[in-house]
Design a protein around this ligand. Structure first.
Ligand code: 5RP
Length: 222
């Protein structure tokens, strides 16, 4: 296992402390989340079921015998566990490197608490080194890309990739993210944009950073 994967696993295992017994939980998508699913299965913690955010996560849940439940069937979701591509000191994030940002934003919004799990390389003072994923309606690709240019970054279609909802993703490189809240809102107002990967209006509540000497836990408000 790579050194980075080890740090992802440290963060993922620490997240078990935030999983309530006999409740539903939301589960994101990505390699860090995959470590979490494995750790959850091995932990013996009994949950009622998990709301999944992608086909990949659903397959892994099935493989580990963790019951899946549809978001529509759930009234309360005390916690949502997911990774991120970048997270700043306000716990705002860029997500969507794995292309599941739409379901991730929806399920995160349904949860009382977002617990973000990352290796230490993802914790940044300023968002934007990682290209910002924007999920779009395929027929509006050129139009949306032209409009995105006006924000100062370089949009690039994610070639050969279609989301679980049959949309496309444009990754915006070198996007100046000075005001994450404003930018998240402005991009979503472009017709043809389905959702973007800035999680500024709904940041994480808890951040778990995998470090070589253990997991660091940061909570908004201390
Ligand atoms: C998927 C995501 C992931 O959380 C993000 O890409 C991080 O992935 P990984 O844990 O593999 O580094 O937003 O849409």
């Amino acid at each position: 296992m790579s050194a980075q994967d080890q740090l992802k696993r440290i963060a993922a295992e620490k997240a078990l402390e935030f999983v309530p017994e006999n409740a539903y939980i939301g589960i994101g998508t990505g390699s860090t989340v995959n470590f979490f699913i494995e750790a959850l299965a091995e932990s013996g913690i009994r949950i009622k079921g998990a709301v999944s955010t992608s086909k990949t996560t659903s397959n892994l849940l099935k493989q580990y015998g963790i019951p899946e439940v549809a978001l529509n069937e759930v009234d309360e979701l005390p916690v949502y566990i997911d990774g991120a591509d970048e997270v700043n000191h306000s716990l705002q994030m860029i997500k969507g490197g794995g292309g599941a940002l739409l379901a991730e934003k929806i399920v995160a919004s349904a949860a009382d608490k977002f617990v973000c799990i990352v290796d230490e390389s993802k914790y940044v003072s300023r968002l934007g080194k990682f290209p910002l994923p924007v999920e779009i309606i395929p027929a509006a690709r050129s139009l949306v890309s032209r409009k995105l240019l006006k924000f100062g970054g370089t949009p690039q279609l994610r070639i050969g990739f279609t989301t679980d909802s049959n949309h496309k993703i444009v990754d915006v490189h070198d996007m100046p993210i000075n005001e994450p809240l404003k930018l998240e809102d402005e991009i979503n107002r472009i017709p043809g944009v389905v959702e973007n990967g800035l999680f500024a209006s709904q940041p994480a509540h808890v951040l778990i950073i995998g470090r070589p000497n253990g997991a660091e836990v940061i909570k908004i408000g201390g």
